[in-house]
Ligand binder design. Sequence first.
Ligand SMILES: [Zn+2]
Length: 224
Amino acid sequence: MAKAATAKKAVKKAAKKTVKKTVKRAAAPRAAAAPSIVAAAPTQTSPETLVDIPAANTFNQNLSSASEATMLGIFGVPGAKTQDCSPATGAFKQRIVSLINVGPFKVSGLDIAVQLLKAVFDEAEQQIPNVVAAVKSDGMLCVRHKRMNASSFSNHSWGTAIDLFFGHAAVPQGSHKTHRGCLQLAPFFNRHGWYWGAGFSRGSVDSMHFELAEQTIRHPPPTS
Ligand SMILES: [Zn+2]
């Protein structure tokens, strides 16, 4: 008897709850519905959507690209200045850590860069997990010259830069567009001392590219 009464009460309670919910939902304006963050197909808000690079004063604040002079002064000559990736032969090689899981994928690069990359993705995971789930790496450590200037080493040469993309292919250097996902990740990179290549001038603009900033190279965090 007591059991039946309790059950009856529970049913009544559940019914009441459902009614309440339905009313609330119906009353809510359509536009206020939260955007889905698990959209399977590309949509306007998908991280692989191409968007314009925003105004230069909205990112990379107090950060600059690490100059070749600084990189050579601190880490030395990384290897041969080739067009494609060649072996790392410089003394900095001892600071390269290999196949480290940074969240969305594994990378090989300079110890502090890998540490700070993991910090970026850990923080981004808390706020934009759909972006972290979709991000892909187009490479980190690669000893070679800059694509737009064969006389200078790319910062990929010391494993302090990484190229990122969403969907099927990276946005080529020189394009003033970016994958929305790179734009969404940029503040997290900036907070952890990374410079976003979307800030390179004119034809060197490179929205897939993130590198440890000059300031971070000069004043690195303690390695953990
Ligand atoms: Zn790059």
